[in-house]
Design a protein around this ligand. Structure first.
Ligand code: SAM
Length: 329
């Protein structure tokens, strides 16, 4: 098992399929985009499936979440999902996406064994979307969401990042939109992971602010904390339930002590934390002929040294050199 020195066990694998994205959300990357990884450095579909197989069959991973960059941009996505779903013991396979292209891909993905999706939606206003993401694609996202729901990729979960002076007035409208459609909304505190290093604590909308805004219009009661387990979101029942809303206070209410995640970047590096400054290079080892046992050993060693916490509050905190889009959110 992927056990670290503090006794935490990683069972939830996030795999970035590409660092490219068709949006330019300002909390993630600059409007002009980034220097993308050169193709030879990207794992091929076969290499991804091989590493995921090692994780599932030898290392106790039970959940595989494909992400990016934008995973729907990866042509072989349906095939990768199908091959992952066919592994035994069968992992739960999910996707974090901006939803653009989901209208076309939701059914093939569901048929390939995808169990559910997390879709990012920060605003319901087309002009705000264009300003925040630097692309006029809100209708595509909404169509993608509806298609995911119709294809049974439920519960459809929505991730929203609120930014001061941009979309922070939309917390209530976003929740109402999700409640009306049966989507589960989670607000995520903005983290210092943007390529342009524009994050500031002062501009970050905190979990507390989000809850205060929601409580102006909704009755929120804490859902059974025993249910939370290793999930990053604190969950609240809306109007007594069963509808729920989550708040992920990554910065002000960190949950590192129960973290069960490990990450594989699109170029085959294992990261034991979003904020890790070290990576373990499985791609080079694999391409140099390492067998599955050696890959598993390297993976175990990478997780063993996971730090106790992300340390955003430490004076010595250093933002990772890779942005969220390259790490895989
Ligand atoms: N492109 C896909 C998407 O939009 O969901 C997957 C990758 S994206 C990096 C994954 C999630 O990370 C999104 O929900 C996005 O809002 C979130 N994210 C990106 N940068 C962030 C940041 N600086 N702080 C908090 N969340 C962030």
């Amino acid at each position: 098992m992927l056990r670290d020195s503090f006794g935490r066990v990683a069972t939830d694998l996030r795999v970035s399929l590409t660092d490219r994205c068709n949006l330019r959300c300002s909390y993630c990357m600059p409007p002009e985009g980034l220097q993308w990884l050169p193709k030879p450095e990207l794992l091929t579909a076969d290499e991804i499936v091989r590493l995921v197989t090692v994780a599932v069959e030898r290392l106790g991973v039970t959940e595989v979440r494909y992400t990016g960059g934008e995973p729907l941009l990866r042509r072989e996505l349906v095939d990768i999902v199908a091959r992952t779903s066919a592994l035994r013991p069968a992992p739960q396979v999910s996707l974090t996406t901006n939803g653009i292209g989901l209208a076309r891909l939701a059914v093939p993905l569901a048929e390939a064994g995808l169990s559910r999706v997390n879709v990012s939606l920060d605003t319901l206003d087309r002009e705000t979307f264009r300003r925040l993401a630097h692309r006029d694609r809100l209708p595509d996202v909404l169509d993608g969401l509806a298609a995911a729901d119709a294809a049974g990729l439920r519960p459809v979960k929505i991730n929203s990042v609120l930014m001061r002076g941009v979309n922070d007035h939309e917390a209530v409208a976003l929740l109402r939109h999700c409640l009306e459609r049966g989507y589960e909304l989670r607000f995520i505190e903005q983290m210092p992971l943007d390529a342009q290093h524009g994050w500031s604590r002062k501009n970050m909308i905190t979990a507390e602010e989000i809850l205060a805004a929601l409580r102006e219009d909704f009755d929120l009661t804490e859902a059974d904390p025993g249910e939370r387990g290793s999930a990053p979101a604190e969950l609240f029942l809306v109007g007594g339930g069963p509808a729920r809303v989550g708040v992920i206070g990554s910065v002000t209410r960190p949950f590192c002590g129960s973290c069960d995640r490990v990450r594989l970047t699109a170029d085959g590096q294992v990261r034991n934390c979003l904020f890790a400054t070290d990576e373990s290079d499985l791609r080079s080892a694999m391409r140099a002929g390492a067998g599955d046992e050696e890959l598993a050993e390297r993976w175990l060693a990478a997780v063993r040294v996971k730090k106790a916490g992300h340390g955003i509050d430490d004076p010595s905190f250093l933002q990772p050199s890779r942005p969220m889009s390259a790490i895989g959110g």
